[in-house]
Design a protein around this ligand. Structure first.
Ligand SMILES: [Mg+2]
Length: 348
């Protein structure tokens, strides 16, 4: 069988500048991969490189030719295990680049069989949890307005970025604007362990569900300290990058937050989910600022998750790809009768 592969960089302007404890971004550079079989059927996958994990659109484009050569060498788009193993052996690092290729191959394999990807995996589309919608850091009044707009748009779960000297003010503003919403907070490593424990007390009073990545990933003992004393469950994001991190976080948190751009592929993501469950952890899937070329693939995992944080494309001013309908936060996997991940160029 012969496969033909191409890739293209896409610049994605954000609806609003997006700020977290580490900095602000106004646009995201993704790279979209297309893999086409002899019959002209095409699988689509996106890379959303994160500088925090050492990747940029340039590093993705630098390794894609080798990764796509590996796919063409294997030749069979249904040989998903062989392809993902081959990708990891060709390029050890660069998980976003590998994820784009893994997604495109999975999309193609499911399309060739005429089924949505979650059906290929035997998953129940009605088991998908709602995705959260993220409120980035901003002036308190702007945060309040964004929370009001999110409630207006129907989002039942809001995630608030924290890690400032105004954390209480921000949470109170969102809680006032969204009295009925489920709230989660993400400190993106900005707190000290003692600060995190103190903050967990008043966050619990405001009916927050859990705290994501309170302390730096480089401080695993700090994470343990927080986990042992926190009034709220703790999710590990920056501390949970790949499958091999799962045993180490198992007694330091309650929830493993995976992302395709950290695991480097869909099969590896499913292995991480299984490993997290085996260690008694709950599972969440998050994302970067991403187009539907990759978000639609992450959404296919939703029935396996306790928590979904797949709003990457919802934060864009416009997305050149259409995917799974996430409007109002509900992940409607069964709604659009589409084989594969559901990602389609909007121009088609
Ligand atoms: Mg996070």
């Amino acid at each position: 069988m012969s496969l033909d592969a191409t890739f293209e960089r896409v610049s994605l302007p954000l609806e609003n500048p997006f700020t977290i404890a580490r900095g602000t971004q106004t646009a995201a550079e993704n790279v979209v991969v297309e893999i086409t079989d002899e019959a002209g059927m095409t699988g689509v996958g996106g890379a959303a490189p994160s500088a925090h994990y050492g990747e940029t659109a340039d590093t993705v484009e630098a390794v894609l030719p080798d990764l796509l050569d590996a796919v063409e060498r294997v030749g069979d788009p249904h040989a998903l295990h062989e392809i993902e193993a081959e990708l990891a052996s060709v390029v050890n690092d660069n998980p976003a680049a590998r994820a784009a290729v893994s997604i495109a191959v999975h999309d193609l394999a499911a399309k060739r069989l005429g089924v949505p990807l979650h059906r290929l995996w035997g998953l129940d589309p009605s088991a998908a949890p709602a995705t959260s919608y993220t409120i980035g850091l901003d002036e308190t009044e702007r945060v309040r307005e964004k929370a009001e707009a999110a409630v207006e748009a129907g989002y039942p779960v809001l995630k608030i970025k924290l890690g400032t000297d105004r954390d209480r003010e921000l949470v109170d503003a969102v809680r006032e604007a969204a009295p009925d919403a489920r709230l989660r907070v993400d400190a993106n490593e900005a707190w000290s362990p003692r600060e995190a424990v103190d903050k967990s007390e008043w966050l619990a009073d405001r009916d927050v569900e859990f705290v994501e990545q309170p302390v730096p990933a480089e401080d695993p003992e700090g994470l343990r300290f927080v986990h042992e004393r926190s009034a709220l469950p703790i999710a590990a994001d920056e501390s949970c990058v790949t499958l091999s991190d799962v045993p180490a976080i198992a007694d330091r948190c309650d929830i493993a937050n995976l992302k395709l751009m950290k695991t480097g592929g869909l099969l590896e993501a499913r292995r991480l989910i299984a490993a997290a469950r085996a260690h008694g952890l709950e599972v969440m899937c998050g994302c970067m600022i991403e187009s539907n070329a990759s978000i639609a693939a992450a959404a296919q995992l939703a029935p396996l998750l306790d928590y979904a944080d797949l709003d990457g494309s919802l934060l864009l001013a416009e997305d050149p790809y259409d995917g799974v309908d996430l409007s109002g936060g509900e992940i409607r996997l069964g709604d659009r009768d589409r084989a594969g991940t559901g990602a389609r160029p909007r121009s088609e």
